[in-house]
Write a protein that binds this ligand. Structure first.
Ligand SMILES: [Mn+2]
Length: 313
């Protein structure tokens, strides 16, 4: 912790980067860090830059208006880059190009993270936001209500509203501390979850009616072509949550959701209910993540992907 504090204090131009298609954890952790560093070091330039826009159901967080896009950055010249919630350097997308040879700090909770930073704080913990809570304290940065809300949303995002196996007693201690600061649990949960678009509801409906259950592997599978997505007037964000929903069937032990993107590549996501290690299976396709939640991108056909997944279950 001393090491990262020194590094931050020695730097005057700092970039914080989160992953493409940002979720509540990458935004929550990055935003809490941005607000905390701004408060503690008002004379430093600190930019939190994301390649893609913040999803609507996260943008209610105060401070998200400060998050920059790549085109906002005219003079990068950063001496320190802090990666949050990004399992690989490539996960930050085009934001990497702004970093030059800045010193890299890697703050993450993905077990597949190869520790690509010059300093790595990678822990097997519920969320990068939970990790950020202790890092901020270690940096002697006071956690304000706005920062608390951002961290809380990150916890809710990555724990499936405190339902996943990554929740520990420490996760609840952090949540409890944040509620003590004034964070409104019910409001955050409602603003985050109960804000689905009509298209998203329809994608879910299609998934639930067309999914296939592969009995001998307890695998629930759904494949969505690009045309299928277009026919519902939907965009990729509308497919969020499908893979989790597939696991709700009583006999599902593992779920596989495949989505074709506009270039014909397939984006796969997997979830596991109990003991199946989907991080390992995603690894077959060059992806990864966590034991119970992982993803990959491949040019293989859906049939070929399904075949290989089934062979490895
Ligand atoms: Mn995360």
């Amino acid at each position: 912790m001393i090491e990262i504090k020194d590094k931050i204090e020695q730097s005057s131009n700092i970039i914080i980067a989160g992953h493409i298609n940002p979720d509540g954890d990458t935004v929550g952790a990055g935003l809490a860090l941005l607000l905390g560093l701004e408060n503690k070091y008002p004379n430093k330039r600190i930019d939190f830059v994301l390649q893609d826009s913040v999803p609507k159901n996260i943008s209610f967080l105060k401070g998200t208006e400060k998050i920059k896009k790549i085109e906002d950055i005219v003079n990068p010249n950063y001496d320190l880059a802090i990666f949050v919630d990004s399992a690989t350097v490539e996960r930050v997308g085009k934001v990497e190009r702004l970093m030059g040879d800045a010193f890299k700090i890697n703050i993450d909770h993905h077990i597949s993270n190869p520790k690509y930073g010059d300093i790595n704080i990678v822990e097997d913990i519920s969320s990068t936001s939970e990790l950020m809570h202790s890092i901020l304290k270690g940096l002697d940065i006071e956690i304000t209500l706005e920062m608390g809300e951002a961290i809380y949303l990150g916890l809710v995002n990555d724990t499936g509203n405190f339902a996943h196996s990554n929740v520990t007693n420490k996760t609840f201690l952090v949540a409890s501390e944040l509620m003590r600061l004034g964070v409104n649990n019910n409001k955050i949960v409602n603003d985050f979850f109960k804000t689905k678009s009509l298209q998203r509801m329809k994608v879910l409906g299609k998934a639930l009616s067309e999914m296939k259950f592969i009995q001998d592997k307890n695998l629930m599978y759904f494949n969505l072509s690009y045309e299928g997505l277009k026919n519902l007037d939907a965009i990729k964000d509308d497919t969020e949550g499908v893979v989790e929903e597939l696991l709700n069937y009583s006999d599902s032990e593992v779920s596989l959701f495949l989505r074709e993107d506009e270039t014909g590549k397939i984006k796969g996501s997997m979830r596991s209910k109990h003991d199946i290690d989907v991080n390992k299976i995603a690894g077959i396709f060059g992806g990864g993540g966590h034991i119970k939640a992982a993803g990959f991108t491949t040019e293989l056909s859906p049939d070929e992907i399904l075949k290989r997944v089934v062979e490895n279950l």
